[in-house]
Write a protein that binds this ligand. Structure first.
Ligand code: GAF
Length: 386
């Protein structure tokens, strides 16, 4: 038993009494490359990390729903009628949003049983490692089992995305939920966000003596407000003005023509997405060929594009990437939606502690909040634990 399962089991027993019917676990993610491409129907290459949300759940024989979590010791009481009318708020919107989305797509909420749920997570919140998708997908695999809906992984990811978009109100794509359900040990999830075709790409970082260092800058971001929505609007405007369904349909060769018709800001947003889609495809080819140096160059190029064209980086993220470059890391970039959160660096295992120290010193010299460096490994996706 891991600490997470013990903790959530104890919380369940203390809150509701007795043992849960089951335990389910779903991971957060880092994205190796392919940022702000998912809602443009393009390509992404995330992997599920070894930090996850664990839920303990038992069905009830009435329509009552009770929730408790280790982030808030208040027990939330509701019922499936209120869930069906989307009557919930606060952190409960993540798990109950999933139940609501099941009602929209897969079950009749007036015919299924309520449940008791306890939630624990070791995915840092607000750090851009998809703590919200981890909750959504852990609850989704649990409800799928106890309600007997038998949905496939793509349908579960869509339910999680729907909860995030409508119940939580963040206009995100499907990458985070897909990474959480399709993750596999030692592999990245290459996802075509138009067809939802998935290919697990072996990474072999461990065999090559490499690690992926994450640096949480502690600059908090939110996707329900501000910059994320603004970037998405600019991409949709670019697609409209170029007469395509989504920016996925624009190629690198189309960019000179696009520059003639789009205003400067929209053009630079479009150029990021179009070149990023190309970088994801080149990354998959490089990883399959075992050319990690080429993959690392694409990571740096992706960061430059996010800093200069998409303008979603912040000085703290740039500082981590520059420290990684100076320390000779194979590749580095910010990961996730931007405006804060984490940067990642791929480097030999023996160099990780040195880079972490360098970043800590650098942040201290600039008077910034101390960042949190840690390594992650590509791990298995959402599943039942027993
Ligand atoms: C966030 C969103 F949730 C994803 O859908 C994706 O758009 C990402 O930002 C940027 O690539 O994680």
């Amino acid at each position: 038993m891991t600490v997470g399962t013990e903790r959530v089991g104890a919380l369940f027993a203390q809150t509701y009494g007795g043992e849960p019917a089951g335990l389910w676990r779903a991971p957060g993610r880092v994205n190796l490359i392919g940022e702000h491409t998912d809602y443009n129907e393009g390509f992404v290459l995330p992997f599920a990390i070894d930090r996850a949300t664990t839920v303990a759940l038992s069905p009830r024989d009435d329509r009552v729903v009770r929730l408790v979590s280790t982030f808030d010791d208040r027990v939330v009481e509701s019922d499936l009628g209120r869930v069906a009318s989307r009557d919930f708020d606060g952190w409960a919107a993540y798990p109950l949003g999933v139940a609501w989305a099941f009602g929209e797509r897969a079950v009749d909420l007036s015919r299924v049983h309520g449940f008791e749920l306890a939630i624990d997570s070791d995915v840092p919140v607000g750090a851009g490692l998809s703590s919200s998708a981890a909750i959504e997908m852990a609850v989704a695999v649990a409800l799928d089992e106890v309600w007997g809906t038998g949905l496939d992984r793509t349908a579960l990811a869509r339910i999680g995305q729907r909860a995030e978009n409508i119940a939580v109100g963040a206009p995100t794509g499907i990458m985070d939920q897909a990474a959480s359900v399709f993750g596999e040990a030692d592999a990245a999830v290459f996802l075509d966000c138009r067809s939802i075709a998935v290919e697990q790409v072996p990474l072999g970082f461990d065999a090559a003596g490499l690690v992926l260092l994450v640096v949480d800058t502690r600059v908090e971001h939110s996707h329900a407000t501000g910059g994320y929505r603004d970037r998405r609007d600019a991409c949709e405007r670019g697609a409209r003005e170029l007469g395509v369904t989504a920016l996925r349909d624009v190629t690198v060769d189309d960019l000179p023509g696009a520059e003639q018709v789009l205003d400067d800001i929209v053009f630079r947003r479009v150029r990021h997405v179009v070149t990023e889609d190309a970088r994801v495809q080149e990354s998959v080819a490089a990883l399959k060929a075992g050319d990690l140096a080429a993959f690392g160059r694409l990571m740096y190029a992706s960061h430059d594009s996010m800093r200069d064209d998409f303008e979603i980086s912040v000085p703290e993220l740039d500082a981590v990437v520059e420290a990684a470059r100076a320390a000779g890391a194979i590749g580095a970039r910010m990961t996730g939606g931007g405006f804060g959160g984490c940067a990642i660096a791929l480097l030999p295992g023996g160099d990780a502690a040195g880079l972490a120290d360098r970043v800590l010193r650098d942040f201290a010299d600039r008077g910034w909040t101390a960042p949190v460096p840690f390594t992650v490994v590509p791990s298995e996706g959402a599943r039942a634990l027993r």
